[in-house]
Design a protein around this ligand. Structure first.
Ligand SMILES: [Zn+2]
Length: 387
């Protein structure tokens, strides 16, 4: 059997750390059941990230609906900075105590993947970025990983099931295996062209056997206008200067009139390498750096009990609201009883980012489609710095 929890295990609170079960036992034994406000906040972003993309909100709603509590959250895909509460729970503590483990897991991993995907897309500019990294992770997680890669900004995903779940056709043409089994790159390209429906763009992998330049020209000459692009997945041991290889292939193709042929690059890419290859590449396949993105270390902290502000050392007590200026993007965290609808920077109108998601177990927010979330992310990252 596969070593995974099913939806019912998660929904019933079985994916919890034991100490929450024991906390519940102690509180019940002593007859203590208090109303508590708890918030999800990030202390510091991983690595050199200065902002993150909040993801996992739809699954969070799925986890917490039906509990007799209220939940407020940033809309999925909203950019956040350290120190901002992005999700707030309010209710009797015993009603949500055992869900802390699962709710953090949903938000931390999804947000890490979405943020990394955003960074790759931001580095690539107008060039396409496809998510190819599901194979490095447990297959049960592939749809979650690729949904978050997509909403973070990837233009497409590779796994069939992931594509079905987000409503986008899975992308991808041929692995090295096809060329090895047919025995020749050009023959494999022609066989692909013959066997695969015309709607699929012909992107031919040209680094399997011979030199990238020679193979690219052979394939272009054999396929002409039918060739949409070539993909270089050149192994690290042969790379040398990959940008120089791309430029050389581009030159040779253009010289012979194959200006329409796009250059796809894959193999161990991240946002730093993408930034260094843009001069020569038209599109990227990104694998492990997105699927195995660092998690965003959100923490979950009580900030109010029975209407009184209280928090552990190192955390700010009290219920809060986060306001973001619609005009200049300036964001501030204020006590919930203060209004922050005017920007102190430009006096523009501010928006309250923590919006009702669940009221007494009922979902009260619209859950946008992945395509809408992705558009929202892409609008916001225009104004953010990458490095
Ligand atoms: Zn402003």
């Amino acid at each position: 059997m596969f070593h995974i929890a099913d939806s019912q295990d998660i929904k019933s609170g079985k994916i919890t750390d034991m100490y929450f079960i024991r906390t519940g036992q102690v509180l019940r034994a002593k007859g203590i059941d208090k109303r508590a406000v708890a918030e999800v906040t990030l202390k510091g972003t991983p690595a050199e990230w200065s902002w993150g993309v909040l993801a996992g909100v739809e699954e969070l709603a799925w986890l917490l609906r039906d509990l007799p509590i209220d939940v407020y959250a940033y809309a999925e895909g909203t950019l956040f900075d350290p120190g901002q509460p992005v999700v707030v729970l309010e209710g009797m503590y015993l009603d949500y105590c055992v869900y802390e483990t699962a709710l953090l897991g949903l938000l931390c991993q999804a947000s890490g993947i979405a943020t990394k995907a955003s960074r790759c897309k931001k580095a690539a500019g107008q060039r396409q970025v496809l998510s190819f990294g599901a194979r490095r992770m447990h297959p049960a997680l592939a749809p979650m990983i690729e949904r978050n890669a997509y909403i973070g900004g990837c233009d497409g995903v590779a796994v069939v099931k992931s594509g079905e779940m987000i409503g986008e056709p899975a992308r991808g043409t041929m692995p090295h295996a096809l060329i090895l089994l047919i025995g020749d790159t050009t023959e494999a390209a022609l066989a692909f062209h013959e066997a695969i429906e015309p709607a699929v763009k012909r992107v031919v992998l040209i680094d399997t056997l011979g030199d990238e330049k020679v193979e690219a020209l052979k394939v272009a000459q054999a396929m002409g206008e039918n060739l949409y692009g070539i993909r270089l997945d050149t192994p690290a041991s042969r790379r040398g200067d990959l940008l120089q290889i791309l430029k050389e292939v581009r030159w040779e193709l253009d010289y012979r009139g194959f200006n329409h042929v796009k250059l796809f690059v894959s193999g161990g890419l991240d946002e730093y390498q993408i930034a260094g290859l843009n001069e020569g590449a038209d599109a990227y396949g990104v694998g492990t750096s997105i699927s195995n993105a660092p998690v965003v270390n959100f923490s979950f902290d009580i900030v109010e009990i029975d209407d009184l502000p209280i928090a552990k050392k190192g955390k700010d007590s009290g219920r809060k609201q986060v306001w973001r200026c619609r005009k200049c993007g300036q964001t501030k965290v204020l006590p919930a009883h203060h209004s922050g609808d005017r920007c102190y920077n430009c006096s523009g109108q501010c928006e309250a980012l923590l919006k009702p998601l669940i009221k007494q177990g009922k979902l009260v927010a619209d859950l946008p489609k992945p395509q809408e979330i992705r558009r929202y992310v892409l609008q916001q990252i225009v104004h953010r710095k990458l490095f």
